[in-house]
Design a protein around this ligand. Sequence first.
Ligand code: AHR
Length: 312
Amino acid sequence: AVFSCALSFAGAAAAADMTIGFSQIGSESGWRAAETSVSKIEAEKRGIDLKIADAQQKQENQIKAIRSFIAQGVDAIFVAPVVATGWDDVLGEAKDAEIPVVLLDRTIDTKDDSLYLTAVTSDTVHEGAVAGEWLAKEVAGKDCNVVELQGTVGSSPAINRKKGFDEAIASHSNIKLIRSQTGDFTRTKGKEVMESFIKAEGGGKNICAVYAHNDDMQIGAIQAIKEAGLKPGTDILMVSIDAVPDIFKAMADGEANATVELTPNMAGPAFDAVAAFKADGTVPPKWIQTESKLYLPDTAQAEYEARKDLGY
Ligand code: AHR
């Protein structure tokens, strides 16, 4: 068993009696806002009392929130870790207090994987690879200069989405990554960075494609490209990750070409894993992997309609 204290948790609480603390990163993107909404919906379905602490993008706030959840004696703690490093001490405190921790949507760098019960995430390296493979197929043999908008520096999705994309294009000598900079997963910074790329690259004429680590930065980039007098989706190919309603709208309007889905429902599987663990000591797999599906413009209008009606 991952937690040596597994049996002492067993049978302690049914899902409906649980109080769970969730240290959320903030609201940097549409995807993040959706994850927060879906977590509340999933908690309500199960009768779970979910306490969400918004860390405003700061790891120190997340550490404070986790300590406060430990002091309150919650049944479990969920963390969406803003960066990958620096978690061992505080998660060690949760472990000493016999409170299981679940990582949501991002992973951590640690030598001690007993510090968390499970991680509910996608394969973020694979997401980058899906984006890179789509581009390689799309430009097949033609020279293509790519600019990359990276996510938050030091976060697992930024590190992994870069790695997956780099690996996917490595064998395609026609594709060159000419610029890469962080846009911190936000629309505003995505736009700002894209403006600087356009300026540095002949008013955008040298750029063949934008790879953004999330849709929000891509939407910022779309704006910057339009303001520069170019057509995103036509003059410059646009591929990103998340599959939020706004990127489907952009795809339906011909301004984006592809997105890789990251489900915002990380909490549902996490609640179920904790409930089973509490009920009879069932230890979940260390990684509960969510799907990464590629979406293209042909289904964009329908996906937009379906998602906007979900109400988040
Ligand atoms: O960790 C998931 C990433 O965080 C999403 O792709 C991005 O939109 C969010 O901010």
